[in-house]
Design a protein around this ligand. Structure first.
Ligand code: UN1
Length: 508
């Protein structure tokens, strides 16, 4: 019954003593701080990554389609071993990858450590999952019948990655598709082609055939050319809700085209609800992490803090104090808490919005020198409904709610139609039960921060406008990348012979 997979071991090393997972790492994880700071700030190889054009996209799909039969016929255990080798290579090249992450994506040193670690975790996790789940399964049936379920690759997948996890999500999506027996044409975000190019080179070094994984760098036009190609057998996408819908429409546009899966992981208007029993110090620490770590540029990040009215003033004053201690600075400086945002367009969007809001509070320490620094900002709202879109940066909105209306408050957050992450801080067991039953989100976090989903422990992904599922880093993810063929054979001699005879006589 439901416990069929309960004994599947988690992938080697994921929770072994000494193995640190992707989130919650600190700088003690790296050899020496000085060496790391030197390494991540060393000039990068100057060779630019050349964007693909639509001819290059078609050629990439040609090659990936030609490579599919051999790769899908490679036993899943061999494919898994290659992905495990890739995880080892990522770790061996950690400092170089971190340097690209710091200098190309402006992620802090701490976030860049987590980035490489999470990429390796995804590779190992999906390798273990592939071995455990993708072998042909015998299914029960009446005597005289053999039923087998085969899980195989579907063909050429397009993976389209965001700039905010330019290695971890880029490789996570790609590793899953590869383990499942697909070949992949992978498009990184236009802001972060270099780290993707390096990841693809390491995948080839690990043993992924050249044509089983092909990089097509570029912007929306490259993505559009890719999803317009009728040979694409599935798309794994992480990014905005609007882009996910555009991809879905493109995949369905041509009447002659097969219907193929789209796995989309998109945005959210993520709320944390705090009641008057919560511990304010813990709330403030978790809010600061959830809203401002990675400069708020995570789709899991906290956007709307809802504090019970009678403790709101206290919590907000403490939060302002905590925000004043955050240090804005260069991503390669180990003292930095909040680095710059990804590009000028993001900066302009966030600053224009911020400057147009009525009641706001900024951290008081100025941003250092030149650069795209958006100071952590708190914006006061009257009502939950006043926030209607995701602002992808270090901007937190705060409103109050009244005692006795927890269910109603959750319902008002649910009504936004997004459903990625939600947080609750309360010491009342009943409040946790209510949230667990009623929060329409993919990831609910109780009495902790609401970012940093760990591969294999906290499968990540949302509901509604936040995505399609299945959850990344979870036990159902690989299945969506596969075809399922149920083969049923009549094994009684009478039945078997009769079937064969009638086939022969029918002249088939
Ligand atoms: C995203 O920002 O696209 O839980 C995903 C987290 C990360 C995933 C964020 N593991 O914060």
């Amino acid at each position: 019954g439901g416990t069929r997979h309960a004994s599947i071991p988690l992938p080697r090393d994921l929770f072994a003593p000494g193995h640190r997972n992707s989130e919650g790492l600190d700088l003690s994880d790296v050899p020496t701080l000085e060496a790391t700071v030197r390494a991540v700030n060393a000039p990068l190889d100057a060779a630019p990554v050349v964007p693909a054009d639509s001819g290059a996209v078609t050629a990439a799909v040609d090659r990936a389609a030609a490579a599919f039969p051999a790769w899908s016929a490679t036993p899943v255990g061999e494919r898994a071993a290659i992905l495990e080798r890739l995880a080892d290579l990522l770790e061996r090249h950690r400092e170089e990858l971190m340097a690209i992450c710091v200098q190309e994506a402006f992620k802090t040193i701490g976030d860049s450590i987590g980035e490489v670690r999470e990429a390796a975790d995804f590779c190992r996790y999906y390798a273990g999952e592939g071995r455990a789940r993708l072998m042909p399964q015998e299914l029960p049936g009446p005597t005289g019948e053999r039923n087998t379920l085969h899980l195989d690759g579907r063909g050429v997948w397009a993976t389209i990655a965001p700039w905010n996890f330019p290695l971890a999500i880029f490789l996570g999506q790609t590793a899953a598709a590869l383990v499942a027996g697909n070949t992949v044409v992978a498009k990184p975000a236009p802001q972060t082609p270099r780290i993707a190019a390096r990841a693809v080179a390491l995948a080839h070094e690990a043993g992924v055939p050249q044509d089983a994984l092909i990089l097509v760098p570029g912007g929306p036009e490259v993505g559009a050319a890719l999803t317009a190609d009728a040979r694409i057998a599935g798309v794994a996408f992480t990014g905005s809700t609007a882009t996910a819908k555009r991809i879905a429409r493109a995949l369905l546009e041509d009447d002659d085209r097969p219907i193929v899966p789209l796995i989309a992981e998109t945005g959210g208007i993520n709320a944390m609800i705090v009641d008057s029993t919560a511990l304010p110090e813990q709330v403030v620490a978790d809010v600061a992490t959830s809203a401002f770590r990675s400069a708020g540029q995570r789709c899991s990040a906290l956007r709307l803090l809802l504090v019970q009215a009678d403790v709101a003033d206290t919590v907000i004053e403490m939060l302002k104090g905590a925000m004043d201690t955050l240090r804005l600075g260069a991503p390669g400086d180990p003292a930095t808490d909040v680095g710059p945002v990804i590009d000028r367009a993001a900066y302009d969007r966030l600053m224009t919005y911020r400057d147009g809001t009525r009641e706001r509070w900024l951290k008081t320490v100025a941003a250092p020198g030149e650069g795209l620094f958006v100071p952590p900002t708190l914006i006061r709202l009257d009502r939950v409904e006043d926030l209607q879109q995701e602002w992808f940066g270090p901007i937190l909105h705060v409103a109050t709610w009244d005692a006795g209306t927890l269910s109603e408050t959750i319902a008002r957050v649910n009504a936004k139609g997004y459903g990625l992450t939600m947080g609750l801080h309360s010491r009342i067991a009943r409040a946790a039960e209510v949230a667990e039953a009623e929060a329409a989100v993919g990831n609910l976090y109780i009495n902790r921060s609401m970012i940093g989903a760990v591969v294999g422990s906290q499968p990540f992904g949302g509901e509604g406008l936040s995505g399609t599922g299945p959850k990344a880093g979870g036990p159902h993810y690989l299945y969506r990348f596969c075809t399922e063929r149920a083969v049923s054979v009549d094994t009684t001699s009478a039945g078997g012979n009769a079937t064969l005879l009638s086939l022969d006589e029918g002249g088939i």
